[in-house]
Design a protein around this ligand. Sequence first.
Ligand SMILES: [Zn+2]
Ligand SMILES: [Zn+2]
Length: 241
Amino acid sequence: MEIFSKIKDCFVDLLFPKQCFGCEKESTYLCEECKKKIELNKKFYCIICKRQTQFSEICEHCQKNYFLKAVWVVADYNSKILQDLIHGYKYKYLQEISGILADIMIRYLNENKILEIFCINKENSIFLPVPLHKKRYLNRGFNQSELLIKHLRDYLQIPAQKFLLRRKNTQSQVDLKKIERQSNVKDAFILINSDRLDKNKKVILIDDVVTTGSTLNECAKVLKQAGFKEVYGLVLAQRED
Ligand SMILES: [Zn+2]
Ligand SMILES: [Zn+2]
């Protein structure tokens, strides 16, 4: 498989030569100069109500209806370069961008010492991708969160697992209002092999972009109901509703 994927990459390079999404310089999707232009998010806030919290925990007020302990938003969605990179990654199927995006996530975690503060390490934690429905997976050919996780796992040594399944092929959340989003993803996820899982592990859900947080929350709900104690989210950016 590896060799086929390398051959495919070569063809993609030939047909669509790489260009920096920031300055159009050739041979890379993001040059060193433009990399510096992507600023990390300096604000810590509850992603639901936007109140400031110490390290992006879900605030006390929102905790009642949300199952996540904290959601870390790595960068500002208004950064044009970042938006273009995410778009290129998801909709132009440029899988190689996953490494660039994961690097930004790692930089954020390191600079803010998030893993230390929340005692997240390779013994007690796992990364879990927000799953795509099979149909969408087949259309796109990859799950954007899974590829991000591969890099995160390799670099941070925190294991990755896959035990959430999306059973409803939900409509894309992009054009829906908040209340519609909630019902759109309601009961969309199930756990597989639940009794074989170590529920003491802290789970870090990975997704590319969060909007209202409904999808992450629905995943977290299933995990908490199955007995997991701590569920977190790590995303590249938050799009305004
Ligand atoms: Zn550039
Ligand atoms: Zn809140």
